[in-house]
Design a protein around this ligand. Structure first.
Ligand code: MN
Length: 474
């Protein structure tokens, strides 16, 4: 590279030395014992790692959004940025918000570098740091956007056992029922939400559903989990939940959050709208090591050592006690149930395993809507509760009670709009409906099917403590 008269002009023009604590743009100098490199983790508006190589008295610099490639075969984008003064290799700290590159900077590693070749379009070098080592190639591809280079590793990683993150993985599933009768099981709350795997590479989070669909956009609060795990490669397993005003997971609210387009999510954000929280319960991959073959107890230890806790994520603790004690505790809190996991069990992707068991408190039931009753107060014009029926073997629709909880205001509005066109004069139920109910009921054709959860059947065949879960898709 030909030397220009002032290689630090751009560096200088972007910084106000009276505001930033970054090193001044002193004249190009020589570090003495041969060239050095530095990699700095930079939490600017977009997280990246700055790779800087000493060349002709300055630090020639690239911003690498996902960090240095961990293994050969992995190519990372590197965006060429302005030359930095040599003293920048020691810089750590906070660049004031609003300034160029505002955010904090931490040195990942620094040390000697051997430059084997340096041309206009490629730089081949070997890092000799304490963390970062090995031969690398920076290459400017033809036809790429200006400033876009590719960074590749040339020799095998220093870690010969490095395993890449699996691209696709289906979560392990549990069987229902059968409380364990042997020792060696651990218990967790069974959360009522959406199962999701979170892959974190280079500070970027990718969330995928049970079926492998990318659902990253539905939980924007989780982007910060990437910053929290910057510098790690991690695959997490957990449940996305939304907590209702009563502090319990509310599946209806979650559906509303996950289903809403990004624009309406942004609009409702500031209005105390519940956010999506990721409750993490397993660790499947950590920094070039698969954890799948480790026993569950060891995976939990590794997970807990990551100390993940943030505004939109947590690692809930395990429950202490016997199976009946933990079931009682969970029931008392009104939670759905308990997950029992065998401490020695390995993770079997996509497998419904006897080693994981869900012990559910609440039962679920498909119900047919046969009518509604108006509510009181805010619900006076709309639905206060739904009259529910269950079809018997003879196809007769038997009234099984009313459900008046578990709805969001929005769900009630939508139901009202769907039920109004189904209005009819007479009861769709075969058999009697209690007079007090029948007198004020608005009957509908029995076409809509939903799901309730409930504690138990009463002696006379009614749902006890039913709670609305939502309409069935079909
Ligand atoms: Mn930077």
């Amino acid at each position: 590279m030909p030397e220009t008269p002032d290689r630090l002009a751009t560096y200088r023009s972007r910084r106000d030395p009276s505001i930033t604590t970054e090193p001044a743009a002193e004249p190009p100098t020589d570090s003495g014992d041969g060239p050095i490199f530095v990699v700095q983790e930079h939490h600017a508006s977009s997280l990246h790692w700055d790779l800087r190589l000493e060349h002709h008295g300055v630090l020639v610099s690239w911003a690498v959004p996902k960090g240095l490639p961990p293994a050969p075969g992995v190519e990372r984008l590197a965006v060429h940025t302005e030359d930095h003064p040599l003293s920048y290799a020691h810089f750590e700290g906070e660049i004031p918000a609003g300034e160029y590159g505002g955010g904090w900077v931490r040195i990942t590693d620094t040390g000697p570098v051997t430059i084997t070749s340096w041309t206009e379009s490629s730089v081949e070098f070997t890092l000799e740091g304490s963390v970062l080592a090995g031969r690398h190639l920076l290459h400017r591809g033809r036809g790429e956007k200006p400033g876009h280079w590719a960074l590749r590793r040339r020799d095998p990683p220093t870690d010969p056992d490095y395993e890449p993150m699996p691209a696709e993985l289906a979560p392990m599933l549990a069987v229902t029922g059968k409380p364990p009768s042997t020792p060696g099981w651990t218990y967790e709350v069974k959360w009522d939400g959406y199962r999701a795997l979170a892959q974190i590479i280079g500070g970027r989070v990718r969330l995928s559903s049970r079926s492998g669909k990318d659902i990253t956009a539905s939980a924007p609060g989780l982007a910060a989990l990437g910053d929290a795990l910057a510098g790690h490669e991690v695959l997490l397993d957990g449940e996305l939940v939304t907590f209702g005003p009563d502090g319990r997971p509310d599946f209806g609210l979650l559906q509303q959050r996950m289903g809403a387009p990004a624009r309406s999510r942004a609009r409702t954000k500031g209005r105390g709208q519940a956010t999506v929280t990721y409750l993490i319960f397993d660790l499947l991959h950590l920094d070039g090591r698969s954890c799948l073959r480790l026993p569950h107890a060891e995976r939990r230890q590794l997970l807990e050592a990551l100390e993940l806790s943030g505004p939109a994520w947590a690692v809930p603790g395990q429950l202490a006690g016997t199976v009946s004690e933990v079931m009682d505790a969970v029931r008392a809190q009104g939670l759905e149930g308990v997950m029992a996991k065998r401490s020695t069990s390995v993770y079997q992707p996509g497998c419904r395993s006897e080693q994981w068991r869900k012990l559910v408190n609440l039962r679920k039931q498909d119900v047919v809507i046969g009518g509604w009753q108006t509510g009181e107060g805010r619900r006076a014009d709309g639905i206060g509760s739904l009259l529910l029926g269950v079809r018997g073997d003879d196809d007769a629709l038997r009234y099984v009670g009313n459900v008046g909880t578990g709805f969001t205001e929005r769900a009630l509005g939508e139901l009202h709009a769907m039920l109004e066109p189904l209005r009819r004069k007479d009861s769709p139920f075969s058999g009697a409906v209690p007079t007090a109910r029948a007198r004020t009921a608005r009957w509908v054709a029995p076409e809509l099917v939903g799901e309730v959860e409930f504690a138990t059947w009463t002696g006379d065949g009614m749902l006890r403590q039913p709670r609305w879960r939502g309409l069935k898709d079909d």
